[in-house]
Ligand binder design. Sequence first.
Ligand code: HEM
Length: 445
Amino acid sequence: MSNRAHSPPGLPVVGSVTKLARDPLRYLSGVQEAYGGQYPLVRLDPPGGQSVSVVLDASLVHDILADRDRFARPGTGADQQRRQGLLTSAGTLWEQQRSVLDPEFVGPRLSEYAEVAADTVETMLAGWPADGRIDLVSELSTMTMRVITRTLFSQDTTREQSRTVEEALSAVADEFEPDITDFLLPDRLQPGPSAAFEAANETLDTVARGFVDDHLEVEDPPQDMITALMEAKRDPAVDLSENELIDEAVLFMTAGQETTALTVTYAFHWLSTHPEARQRVADEARRTLDGDPPDWETLSELTYTEKVVRETLRLTPAAWNITRVTREPTTLAGVELPADEPLLLSTYAHHRDGRVWDAPETFDPDRWGETASRADDSYFPFGAGPRVCIGRQIALTEAQFALTHVLQQYSVETVPDSLSFQPGVTLRPEGAVRARVHERAPKSD
Ligand code: HEM
């Protein structure tokens, strides 16, 4: 098969690149709808510009994510990244880090994390007015930050500290993390680091160094992620520098805080616009929890709430686009691609593919009965393959706990009632998402 077969007629390539940069969500969904099922991938190859391949076939997405030898996460590698950690490393370093960290995200650890998540939701609720308005993204960002620092670093963070870290993370993300427009800009136009970027990084270094120092200063540090990394460091086969501990702490905050906060925000949005679903979550909460906070045992009983989270991650996936680059010239689905070709694997577009999902634009948690499993390959909110999200279980638990616990106690209505996005590295909302909250009457015995 030649390359031409994958540059369909009627796809004006130069204009397409501009549209992709301007409105990536609409463009990628449009390409998925128009060409999915016919072409495994569509290649945009503007004259004199950077070519990009949009991967339309869901099983090809999974093949790419499974193949670390041929396809790399962009920006991974010591020379390209300021910080070295699981999120940004490649090759042997990544393998070592993943094998040290995987045990921190399974088994009994998860039930400990669940306890922390429930307690952190409780603390958030204690600060809410009985009747009033809150900035939902900000409230939930503080909550998700605290869950990460409490579970992985055994450190609590105040609202002010969380805010400082959130602002620094967002300053860094805005400026430096790869997003679609970076691929489309010629190298010479890419901005260099600014003073604000440097200052934000210093703030993050200081906070994370504090977490690490607190572990170094005590004889018997708590069993958590930092301690696991410190222990691994003693193994001569593991190549981990002091600075990498700090980097790892920063990168985990980067990967886990905003993604989870946005997921819960969007779940509240979908529930506000679907009052029947909201009622079902509240009923399930009252039936299952009976006024208590959720815990690890109750998690498996929150079946409808789980469907709501899944459906939220389908329609509004915080990681809306996953990117890979070819390491070397390679042939993919019969198409010859050069080295360094960006491949766009858009969760947002696949999750709304009309060939796979019935009424794809409709929020319908009940689709997550038996039939939705048909669509498995077209659903990958946490990625797939060896680099699948390591924190997914924490995120899912936290999201379910937040929804169930909040709706047991409060009615929540988000404003405005329609969403628009400003997609960057994550699927950010355009403008604030606020909520009117009203405490329900305590349950009488
Ligand atoms: C709903 C919330 C979340 C979403 C949607 C999400 C999504 C993702 C996705 C799509 C990837 C794979 C990216 C790729 O293959 O290029 C990923 C990787 C990762 N995530 Fe998450 N994530 C979430 C929450 C979290 C949390 C809570 C943590 C930490 C506690 C976390 C830590 C990480 C790390 C460290 C990686 C890199 C894994 C590796 O390369 O081995 N994420 N996440």
